[in-house]
Design a protein around this ligand. Structure first.
Ligand SMILES: Cc1cc2nc3c(=O)[nH]c(=O)nc-3n(C[C@H](O)[C@H](O)[C@H](O)COP(=O)(O)OP(=O)(O)OC[C@H]3O[C@@H](n4cnc5c(N)ncnc54)[C@H](O)[C@@H]3O)c2cc1C
Length: 365
């Protein structure tokens, strides 16, 4: 099989690496450098704590790949989710039961256990939290480079402009015939596919990150901590810096990557309400990237019905880095065997959005 993969971010690179020796693959990247899209903005978080089993299975398929990749700099620091909301804690309890059923050692915590994990965290208003010691982080750009160095045939500065009627793509560097075209170009996929008459429910949303120096004496070695009520997270970097983000989930769709400094007071307010000592953290810089989100927060991985030879690996939202290796295994199975035993692929299909029996959108967390 000859496969043309559109998009040299982590998703396209992981798929190209997965297909090495099994198909003739070319990876097409519009920019003169790979990974400048969302991949360069990802903070590198890797977690098993999701509310949908397909996402947990993707983590179980993916995270060991990064653990076994020395270049990725895998760190296991755990993820801690906390909430003040009893109904939310109930949903988290159900999610933990499902995760444990899949072999993940996540667990429910009471406020006292939360307090022991993050010294100085305010817990008097919390009803509880969840923690998984297997969660951690790695470096997306270094992982991307490691996938490419496995021998991937990548063409840089090669923008895909459309599909060829007989199979393959039309690019700024000429036509490239192929048996399979995989669209894996993140937030740009929507418009590329729309110009070919294919509608996908994927929208780009800006997400901001503020890099902070911790206050003097602030504990090192805390887990990645997420306040489920405000969305605020603090991600501990290897360097000792802290990344703040997560309070912008109500942003309007758009591709703009300019930092909205009005978002800074919001993130600082959420931070200091949960961990008062962080009032003395100081801002180093802020940056923004875009996430390509689907209505249910699951990616779209599989064929486009009625368009033979056209495949998707898009809508990876805020977990495309962590799930890229697993998504690549699933899609390689579908491409080469027509099926996969790795997970229920119907949960990731484009058809799920036109299922008349589908219940209202339930966003996975
Ligand atoms: C602030 C922020 C923090 C995040 N943190 C995390 C995290 O902690 N953990 C996690 O797992 N995920 C995280 N993510 C999400 C993650 O970054 C994405 O899900 C992931 O990078 C998606 O990878 P991708 O390859 O699909 O897209 P991208 O990295 O955007 O790559 C798409 C590529 O396609 C190219 N392209 C576009 N159009 C064309 C065309 N017509 N022809 C050829 N090439 C084209 C682009 O140039 C780009 O290189 C975060 C995202 C943001 C914005």
């Amino acid at each position: 099989m000859r496969a043309a993969i559109v998009g040299g971010g982590i998703v396209g690179a992981a798929l190209a690496a997965e297909l090495l020796g099994r198909a003739e693959v070319v990876l097409l990247e519009a920019e003169t450098q790979p990974g400048l899209g969302a991949t360069s903005k990802a903070t590198g978080g890797l977690r098993h704590q999701f509310s949908h089993p397909a996402l947990v299975r993707l983590s179980l398929l993916s995270i060991p790949v990064y653990q076994a990749m020395p270049e990725a700099g895998f760190r296991r620091h755990g993820y801690l989710f906390v909430t003040t909301n009893p109904a939310r804690l109930e949903a988290m309890r159900e999610a933990v039961a499902m995760q444990q059923g899949l072999g993940v050692p996540s667990r429910l915590l009471d406020p006292a256990e939360v307090a022991a994990m993050v010294p100085g965290i305010r817990t008097d208003d919390l009803v509880g939290g969840t923690f998984c010691a297997w969660d951690g982080s790695a470096n997306p750009t270094d992982a991307l480079g490691a996938f490419l160095r496995r021998g991937v045939n990548i063409r840089l500065g090669c923008r895909v402009e459309g599909l060829l009627p007989g199979g393959g793509v039309r690019t700024t560097a000429g036509d490239i015939p192929a048996d399979a075209v995989v669209v894996a170009c993140g937030a740009w996929a929507h418009d590329l596919l729309a110009s070919e008459g294919v509608a996908i429910p994927v929208a780009a949303f800006r997400r901001q990150v503020f890099v902070m120096t911790p206050p003097a004496g602030f504990p090192t070695g805390i887990p990645m901590t997420i306040d489920q009520d405000t969305g605020w997270y603090v991600h501990p970097e290897r360097s000792g810096m802290l990344l703040f983000g997560g309070t912008d989930r109500d942003d309007r769709p758009g591709m703009e990557e300019v930092v909205d400094w009005d978002g800074l007071p919001r993130v600082l307010d959420a931070a200091t309400r949960r961990v008062p000592a962080l009032a003395d953290a100081s801002l180093v810089r802020g940056y923004a990237g875009v996430r390509a989100l689907t209505p249910d927060d699951l990616p779209i991985v599989g064929p486009v019905p009625g368009r033979p030879g056209l495949w998707l690996s898009v809508g990876w939202g805020g977990h495309g880095f962590m799930h890229a290796p697993g998504g690549a295994k699933v899609l390689a199975d579908l491409l080469l065997r027509g099926k996969t035993d790795l997970l229920d692929a119907s949960a990731l299909s484009l058809e799920r959005f036109s299922d008349p029996h589908r219940k209202g959108e339930q966003t996975a967390f």
